[in-house]
Design a protein around this ligand. Structure first.
Ligand code: 5GP
Ligand code: ZN
Length: 116
């Protein structure tokens, strides 16, 4: 998978439009095109990483940024107090459909557990 044929690399580069809610040197966040909750934001690293299974210890600062930005966005969206979920799907059994690491930030309604 190279940048040219990865949807989220193209979104990060601005070649595919998205409703961006955050960007910095490491991370881009945008609204999911098919939201499953009132707040449904995807957070991605600018660098292509296929999934959380590919992460190594040296990626610690990147993961820290992704999670910290998720918390910031939850506060901005007004869902921090009521509660929210940050989740990443890895592989076919988890339903990962885009092979570029992304965190889903979900909130604004009661979320069931366990997930389906
Ligand atoms: P996954 O199923 O891999 O965990 O999550 C992929 C997410 O990407 C899905 O929730 C899907 O709705 C979202 N998605 C797929 N294509 C696009 C797109 O072109 N733009 C945006 N904003 N979201 C997308
Ligand atoms: Zn990519």
């Amino acid at each position: 998978m190279t940048e040219g044929d990865c949807l989220f690399c193209r979104i990060a580069a601005g070649d595919v439009p998205s409703d961006r809610v955050h960007e910095d040197d490491l991370v881009v966040a945008f609204r999911d095109i098919s939201p499953v909750a009132p707040t449904h934001i995807l957070l991605i690293p600018r660098r292509h990483i296929a999934s959380a299974a590919e992460l190594v210890e040296a990626d610690g600062a990147l993961i820290g940024r992704l999670v910290a930005v998720a918390g910031e966005l939850a506060r901005q969206e007004g869902i921090a107090e009521g509660g929210f979920r940050v989740v990443t799907n890895v592989g076919a059994d988890a339903g990962q459909s885009v092979a570029h690491l992304h965190l889903h930030l979900l909130g604004g309604r009661r979320l069931s557990w366990p997930p389906g």
